[in-house]
Design a binder for this molecule. Structure first.
Ligand SMILES: [Zn+2]
Length: 225
């Protein structure tokens, strides 16, 4: 899950929906959780649901962007932030691992407490659902399928790049940054510092403090990881 830095509140809001353009400006039109590029109808998501936390309905710090699959999955319960991991607070690249076949998992090397938080986060948004997994996705949930396709595309692009059979690194990165799934691209380009840096810079709003000079994910200042 891409670690994002949305910055300070640009202004105050009379309706939460008014924050959508400012959020898009800060972190682009990607779902903060499944990371897909959403061309239309990207929702302003409340980390702590507005029904159970009405005082936070218009709070910038409580906003992220989410797709029509991730946003409604959560429901309206009381959310204690520290029971979960958050892309705008933590380095969520360290929380999850991405694999061929559209699989996303809590990172197995995490200490037990953090792994529980990572699993809870996946379950809260339904990101763990996939055919053949513990929970099957609904007919209208293409998140795993989109992840699977993006993985295959990133692997193909990496092979083309190695064979010099491709327009340019810049064209690849630009293509990736219009399609989303930063974490998949970042994972597939393991060991390629230059491409990882290009990807990080091309995805607007990626948190720079979550990476070291070799473009490895590192604990985020102030985060749980
Ligand atoms: Zn989503």
């Amino acid at each position: 899950m891409r670690p994002i830095a949305k910055g300070a509140a640009p202004r105050t809001y009379a309706k939460y929906g008014d924050a959508q353009p400012d959020l898009v400006n800060a972190i682009d039109r990607f779902c903060s959780y499944c990371e897909r590029h959403i061309a239309a109808a990207i929702h302003v998501e409340h980390k702590r649901p507005k029904k159970s936390h009405p005082l936070l309905e218009l709070e910038w710090s409580n906003f992220l962007l989410a797709c029509p699959n991730c946003n409604p999955t959560k429901g309206n319960f009381k959310v204690r932030l520290r029971r979960y991991l958050w892309p705008d607070d933590d380095n969520t690249l360290l929380a999850f691992t991405y694999h061929a076949g559209g699989v996303v998992r809590a990172n197995r090397v995490l200490p037990k407490k953090l792994r529980s938080k990572a699993n809870r986060t996946l379950q809260m948004y339904g990101l763990h659902k996939r055919p053949g997994g513990h929970v099957e996705p609904s007919d209208r949930d293409y998140r795993w399928e989109d992840r699977r396709q993006e993985w295959d595309k990133a692997v193909l692009f990496r092979q083309q790049l190695q064979n010099h059979d491709t327009p340019s690194q810049r064209a690849l990165v630009e293509a990736a940054a219009t399609r989303g799934m930063f974490s998949v691209w970042w994972t597939v380009f393991d060991g390629d510092v230059d491409m990882r840096r290009r990807l990080r810079e091309a995805f607007v709003g990626t948190d720079p403090t979550s990476f070291d000079a070799w473009e490895q994910a590192v604990a985020r200042p102030g985060g749980q990881l």
